[in-house]
Design a protein around this ligand. Structure first.
Ligand SMILES: [Zn+2]
Length: 288
């Protein structure tokens, strides 16, 4: 499955929790938005009669905030500093409680939306704390699982001549051919650092593991995880696709250790990851 794209930049180098963001954000900071939301909610509570139900303007404001939080939570971890996450969660919970006291029970679907975002903020706060310095000191997770079972190894890791322009390029991972829509799963316990569109890689998920190990899963047709999610080995992270620069449905799988790209086959432990014609080739180092 030829990929004409250039190797992507290395993974997020430092996914550890930070008081301030360690990467330039993809969008505006969330703090001013939350402050404005809280100020408007406060003045609305003074103007609108108590206990006559949730006013439409309050409901609209909450739905707007939920949409902005979704944009914010789609950012990679290093773009959502821990302090900002904590402030967001505190503001959300406080304003929600004040509105409920003033207006009475909110519409059920609005409550579901707001509480769902609060849970996502809490999960992300927990991840930001857990992914801290201990991740770098800790031992690697041991052998990795196949991210998809019974796949075909359509391209191995390493340098190869580009068939079109003749230049030597590194193929920074392995390609596992599989049917469109099959579930791709986490190769080890870890935390989702980013899950987003990434140029030639299409929809790409980046997962941080203990021991400064990072795995990447490219060309997905759908994302089944979000930045900040904690994953068990085998947790579903996405579906096989051919997004980005890919000539057919397959998974492009990368392993990075200490900031260096490695051959994933050296990390994956035994099992039945590959369909029969490919298994022997993998044992001999994989086709080039
Ligand atoms: Zn590839």
């Amino acid at each position: 499955m030829l990929e004409p794209h250039q190797p992507l930049a290395p993974p997020v180098r430092d996914a550890a929790p930070r008081a301030v963001a360690s990467e330039p954000p993809d969008g505006p900071p969330i703090d001013p938005l939350l402050l404005r939301f809280a100020a408007e909610a406060r003045s609305r509570r003074f103007q609108v009669a108590a206990n006559r139900g949730f006013p439409p303007e309050a409901e609209a404001a909450w739905r707007g905030l939920v949409a902005r939080l979704d944009d914010y939570l789609a950012r990679p971890l290093p773009q959502t500093p821990l302090l900002e996450l904590v402030r967001s969660s505190v503001t959300l919970e406080a304003e929600w409680e004040f509105d409920r006291r003033r207006y009475g029970p909110p519409p059920a679907d609005l409550a579901r939306l707001v509480l769902g975002r609060d849970q996502r903020l809490s999960r992300r706060i927990a991840t930001s704390r857990a992914i801290g310095a201990s991740m770098f000191a800790a031992r690697p997770p041991g052998r990795l699982r196949w991210p998809i079972v019974n796949a075909g190894l359509s391209s191995g890791f390493g340098y190869r001549d580009h068939p079109l322009n003749g230049t030597r390029q590194i193929h920074a991972g392995i390609d596992l051919a599989a049917d469109l829509g099959r579930v791709v799963s986490a190769a080890a316990q870890g935390y989702v650092v980013s899950a987003t569109w990434a140029g030639g890689y299409g929809l790409l998920v980046e997962v941080r593991h203990t021991g400064d190990l990072t795995t990447r899963y490219g060309h997905l047709s759908a994302l089944l995880c979000a930045p900040g999610d904690a994953l068990d080995p085998g947790s579903p992270i996405g579906l096989i696709g051919q997004t980005g620069l890919a000539t057919g449905p397959h998974l492009h799988f990368e392993v990075w250790e200490g900031g260096q790209v490695r051959d994933p086959l050296a990390f994956i432990g035994g099992g039945t990851g590959l369909a029969p014609p490919y298994a022997a080739a993998a044992l001999s180092g994989g086709p080039r």
